[in-house]
Design a protein around this ligand. Structure first.
Ligand code: GLA
Length: 655
């Protein structure tokens, strides 16, 4: 199978979405000059070009794209060619309303924006396949082409009649019989028993709470339908160019796609990442997405999109202070990115994203944004040869599963304050702040390479996943789990006892009497730290050791942190500092160590291959101890024993 290496060929890909159809052709020449000056070696063309490529049904206009492909090739810039299928032309919805998605209230999502396609529409799929075939036939042999980019940020839901037909087919594949479906969905509750497949719909607007397993299956179905659309286009381009990698860009921690499953179908895993420059946890949140993407890729990955300056979709859209774009780009490289790309090359002057930054902002060549982009291009070129293709194993894994997320995020649950992505962020942040680097893994993955596995929360677990966790601990691994883990099976049926018996036994929980969720502003004293969000009334078994107990209130003396051997259980969410200290202590006991000792709080140290990246996320300059002698690939300086990093400074050290 082709991989990212086939596109990078030893150079970090640098560039971004290029939408030249928004500009007169004279601007293209100016673009190329600026790209070359900035070290841009890769552009993504055609993401939203369907109306231009197919102005009327079945007609093709490739002339402009021919000229661009040639122009890029003449200038040594590779092209990641996109299929344009994320934004069908107006004629399609007009002629074929069946291509438009319908929301759960029955409202059509019209053209005039983007992503207004029904994943289930046979008509849409037919047009998408045809334009993809023609692109592959025309450009498959073009020397500028380095990679395929299918669609863009697959994210549509569809409750339409055609989706309902496909949903029934999908359910027949999963359950075989209506009896099995009725059993899995628990339709004995509220008189929901189905007597004919035709009675089953997508979970549309309902008077009160919907059947949770129906909703869960609809989420699985949606992810699978979008994946079918991706695979259909991927297979077309793959037939034309079996030697070139294919990708589609994920949104970070996006709820709608089971990205573990999707990553298996991609040659290159890519992600779009837009932390808020004002967010004090921006670096931590970025690191989480980077760790997750690298883990999905099982190696180097592609930062497909980031912003060189402000985005335009937050309430208040902050620019990046000087140096932050460089810092966050190098943070991605440290965590395995072999491509640093942006949305978009040149900031638009019209359309919905005209106030979203580009690598060339409205201020143009003289603008700070472009000047910083240019400096970064030169620096990436300097480190490319040492970086690309390299990978590092980590000692710690954070477990994450979309199905558990979907099942746990339903209406009618014990507390709407409990938010799955927030828990992932809280646990990952604690590791980040303890200077521990981590992978992500699926609960059914082989975990034997890890010294420590942490489970922020896995509400629903399959038997296979539970057995996997038990085997991991039995074989010497250390496991730390948060609350609301192992509550349900894959049908969202609550396990006997309110938590799987095997897991209760693992953690030393005899009886889980009640959950005591906390209000937003509430906390519980745990003797030395405060717990937030959640608490539990647990009766322990004899072998359990209580590491921290609730103080005062109804739960006085009951375990907040519980441990049986190498299996730890947290029945609350400790405040951030306590969480950091706890995970640092457990990690040390498990033999998982930070990359460098004695790091200042805002500094992270990340290994990639034999390189050591040291990144200062603070605005004050810091001196960091780095044992031994290194060569800083960015400055060319020799580093002996310590390195000083200015505001947002980075060192890329080679021993
Ligand atoms: C997404 C899309 C881009 C653009 C950016 C703006 O990542 O893929 O087309 O809309 O958001 O941030």
């Amino acid at each position: 199978m082709p991989s990212l290496n086939d596109a990078t060929r030893g150079r970090i890909l640098y560039g971004g979405d290029y939408n030249p159809e928004q500009w007169p052709e004279e601007t293209w020449l100016e673009d190329v000059r600026l790209m070359k000056d900035a070290g841009v070696n890769s552009v993504t063309l055609g993401v939203f070009s369907w109306a231009k490529l197919e102005p009327r049904p079945g007609e093709r206009d490739f002339g402009w794209l021919d000229r661009l492909m040639d122009l890029m090739h003449e200038n040594g810039i590779g092209v990641v060619l996109a299929t344009p299928t994320a934004s069908p032309p107006p004629w399609m919805g007009h002629l074929h309303p069946d291509t438009l998605p319908v929301d759960q209230d029955g409202r059509t999502e019209w053209w005039g924006g983007r992503q207004h396609f029904s994943h289930s529409s046979a008509t849409y799929r037919r047009y998408a396949a045809a334009v993809t075939e023609d692109l592959a036939a025309r450009y498959g042999g073009h020397p500028a082409l380095t990679m395929w980019h299918i669609n863009n940020e697959y994210c549509t839901y569809d409750w339409s009649d055609e989706a309902a037909v496909r949903f029934r087919g999908w359910l027949q594949g999963r359950y075989g019989t209506l009896d099995a479906l009725n059993e899995a969905w628990g339709t004995a509750f509220w008189s929901q028993g189905y007597g004919d497949w035709a009675q089953i719909h997508t979970p549309r607007h309902a008077h009160y709470l919907k059947n949770p397993t129906q909703v869960l299956d609809f989420k699985r179905f949606t992810s699978d339908m979008l994946l079918e659309c991706y695979v259909a286009e991927r297979d077309i381009v793959r037939r034309a160019t079996p030697h070139l990698p294919v990708t589609t860009n994920f949104m970070p921690l996006w709820v709608g796609q089971d990205a573990w499953r999707w990553a298996e179908e991609e040659d290159v895993v890519s992600v779009d990442l837009y932390p808020d420059p004002r967010d004090p946890l921006g670096a931590q949140n970025g690191a989480l997405v980077q760790d997750m993407t690298r883990s999905q890729a099982r190696g180097p990955w592609m930062l497909m999109e980031q912003a060189a300056g402000p985005v335009n979709w937050r309430g208040v859209n902050h620019p990046k202070p000087r140096g932050l774009n460089r810092l966050w780009s190098l943070q991605a490289v440290a965590r395995g990115a072999d491509a640093v790309c942006y949305f978009q090359w040149r900031q638009s002057r019209q359309g919905a994203e005209k106030f979203h930054s580009g690598m060339v902002s409205h201020a143009g060549e003289e603008g700070r944004t472009y000047q910083e982009v240019k400096q970064l291009g030169a620096e990436l070129a300097r480190i490319s040869a040492e970086v690309t293709g390299s990978h590092t194993a980590n000692d710690i894994a954070v477990l994450h599963d979309w199905h558990a997320w979907w099942a746990g995020a339903q209406d009618g649950r014990p507390s709407t304050q409990v938010d799955y992505p927030d828990l992932l962020r809280a646990w990952h942040r604690a590791l980040w702040e303890a200077h521990l680097t981590t992978d992500f893994a699926h609960p059914e993955h082989d975990l034997s390479a890890y010294k420590l596995v942490v489970v922020p929360q896995l509400y629903a677990l399959t038997d296979a996943a539970i057995e996997n966790l038990l085997a991991y601990v039995r074989d010497g691994g250390t496991l730390v789990s948060g609350f609301l883990t192992g509550v349900a099976d894959e049908d969202d049926r609550v396990r006997a006892g309110g938590m799987d018996a095997r897991l209760r036994e693992l953690f030393g929980i005899r009886t889980l009497h009640e959950w005591w969720p906390l209000d937003a502003d509430e906390h519980v004293e745990c003797g030395g730290f405060r717990g937030t969000l959640w608490s539990e009334e647990i009766e322990t078994s004899e072998e359990a050791e209580v590491e921290a107990a609730y103080k005062g209130g109804e739960l006085d003396g009951l375990p907040a942190v519980l441990r049986k051997g190498r299996a730890w259980y947290l029945s609350t969410l400790p405040e951030p500092d306590a969480m950091r200290d706890l995970l640092a202590r457990v990690a040390a006991g498990a033999g998982a160590r930070p990359v460098l000792d004695a790091l200042p709080a805002q500094v992270e140290a990340v290994r990639r291959g034999d390189l050591l990246f040291v990144l200062n996320h603070g605005r004050e300059s810091v001196t960091v101890e780095v044992p031994g002698t290194h060569h800083d690939l960015l400055t060319g300086a020799t580093v002996r024993g310590e390195v000083t990093l200015g505001r947002y400074g980075v060192a890329v050290l080679k021993p």
